[in-house]
Design a protein around this ligand. Structure first.
Ligand SMILES: NC(=O)c1ccc[n+]([C@@H]2O[C@H](COP(=O)([O-])OP(=O)(O)OC[C@H]3O[C@@H](n4cnc5c(N)ncnc54)[C@H](OP(=O)(O)O)[C@@H]3O)[C@@H](O)[C@H]2O)c1
Length: 294
């Protein structure tokens, strides 16, 4: 497999965003992997065909991601322009660094750690509505976009009230909203609001950190058996068919490949309905109304 002509990479659809960019629908999440450990994980993902990495300042592993990108010829002094252009790199601003000046400073540091000249997407990590600085932060984001150092502006964990507040104060909706989304926590109101405003939805914890693999008393497993695929592939395929961008995390090369191999089968309408019916009242992560991630 060569980097530019990887079959696995070519099989992943790209989602067109409102700002004209196109993002690979599957990326690798790198939360809860330490800085040293993340380098081989990102390298194996890129070698498996991942062309989209989802990171954050708050994961404390941007230097390790940067080392992997440099080893793969995507970043650093010896970066190859075609490889850089083929890769989508997302990172996020820490909540503690929201605000105009602090966001500008944070971005400089993050770009250096990643060994990049620009990132494909920069995101506000949490809305912190109890300490709202998103409109000021957004001004920095717009400046970085004007300078060509960020291509796409996004947010995470924004509920409809946060999206409307940002729009009212800045005149813009974000291009992407990354939210917790999986069969047992579908957030249909947030998804509908995003659709209404042309905001692409990106699912984090797309398998509920693994908990949804056993959801619904074996429903997922039964569907998996019918298609001779794994429960993870069933859930991830459901997201893909819903048009959602997904960023499953795995530190294992075989699971990384499995999570990318979603294009040899399709779910039936009944199977979709069965997974839709798993929606429930319990999130796997944190409540954006009250949470801050440092
Ligand atoms: N913006 C935010 O606030 C936010 C919050 C949470 C997460 N995220 C992003 O979303 C990414 C993914 O979310 P997540 O890590 O919380 O959960 P996830 O992707 O739903 O699940 C990851 C868990 O599932 C396991 N797994 C992965 N592939 C598997 C497979 N094929 N079969 C069985 N188990 C499998 C992984 O174990 P192994 O690693 O051992 O394979 C890991 O324990 C994060 O890494 C991060 O980039 C963003």
């Amino acid at each position: 497999m060569t980097f530019i002509h990887s079959k696995a990479a070519a099989s992943v659809p790209r989602i067109s965003l409102a700002d004209g960019a196109t993002i690979p629908q599957i990326g690798l999440g790198v939360l809860r992997i330490d800085d040293e450990g993340v380098t081989p994980v990102v390298e194996s993902a890129i070698e498996s065909g991942y062309r989209h990495i989802d990171g954050a300042a708050g994961y404390n592993n941007e230097a390790g991601v940067g080392r992997a990108l440099a080893k793969e010829g995507v970043a650093g002094k010896h970066a190859n322009a075609d490889r850089r252009a083929a890769m989508w790199v997302t990172t996020k601003l820490k909540d503690s660094e929201q605000g105009y000046d602090s966001a500008m400073h944070a971005f400089e540091r993050q770009l250096q750690l990643l060994q990049l000249d620009y990132v494909d997407m920069y995101m506000i990590h949490w809305p912190t509505p109890f300490d709202w600085r998103a409109a000021e932060t957004w001004k920095a984001f717009v400046k970085l976009r004007e300078e060509g150092r960020v291509r796409t502006l996004g947010v995470c964990n924004f509920m409809p009230s946060d999206l409307e507040r940002l729009h009212k104060e800045t005149g813009e909706y974000p291009t992407v909203n990354q939210i917790e989304l999986h069969p047992t926590w579908q957030q249909r109101d947030v998804v509908a609001c995003c659709k209404q405003h042309g905001i692409a939805v990106e699912a984090y914890s797309p398998m509920a950190r693994g908990a949804d693999l056993n959801a619904g008393d074996g429903v997922i497993e039964k569907i998996a058996k019918a298609h001779n695929v794994s429960p993870a592939q069933v859930i991830l395929r459901w997201h893909i068919e819903n048009g959602t961008i997904i960023i499953p995390k795995s530190v294992h090369a075989d699971r990384q490949r499995e999570n990318l191999d979603l294009f040899g089968f399709s779910l039936t309408a009944d199977e979709h309905a069965a997974i839709d019916a798993l929606d429930g009242p319990t999130r796997a992560g944190h409540d954006p109304a009250t949470f801050t991630y440092a």
